[in-house]
Write a protein that binds this ligand. Sequence first.
Ligand SMILES: [Zn+2]
Length: 253
Amino acid sequence: MKRGSWKIRIFIGLAIVGFALIQRCNNKEENPYTGRVQNINMTSEQEIAIGLQSAPEIAQQHGGLYPDERLQSFVDYIGKKLVDNSIARETPYKYDFHLLADDQTINAFALPGGQVFITYALFSQLNEAQLAGVLGHEIGHVIGRHSAERIADSQFWQTVTMGATVGADAGGIVSSIGQNTLLTNGRGDELESDDLGVLFMINSHYDPNEMIEVMKILKAAAGPNRVPEFQSTHPDPENRIEKIREAIAKYGG
Ligand SMILES: [Zn+2]
């Protein structure tokens, strides 16, 4: 390689990293519902669109929707109650609660913009208050804009990695930092959602201590049915239970 070319490479690499950093600073905004400053590079409308677009495929991956309309509308009813009695009502998001037919995988999750899912395998283990806790936690992910934050993070790290690869061939190192950052945010996401879930339970007059029971149920779900939310990248249940107790005390449940 010629002597001059590595300088150009480093210059271009630094320019790309600089661009990523400037873009990241410009993308900072305060979440009006949680008060937390986040890096987000999409609008609420875009979040809703992504959620609606991905929902059918996600449902299909879990054997489609549960066929019993009565159970389906019960999940809807509890979800709507939580939204109507909380700050979730004031957000631009469109909430839909789906009971998935999957009776093997114990899981619940939310897409950006308000599409919330719970598998029958988890649903069938919960009482009404515990179901409210799970759905409240998922509404927390929506209001916390966690997916949008992760997307902004991964785009940032992609650009930085590209810059580093061009400049110094250090892409591997940077991308591993990026991974860790994503996982750290994941822990924060879960704790914030637990906190909001407790608040929403109290808002709808459910006993927030049932959220602790949910943690125990999820913890007991070991083996191949283990909840993805509870795999190594997430805070351990004991830590979550401790934080849930703090939230209950904070919100006066
Ligand atoms: Zn979660």
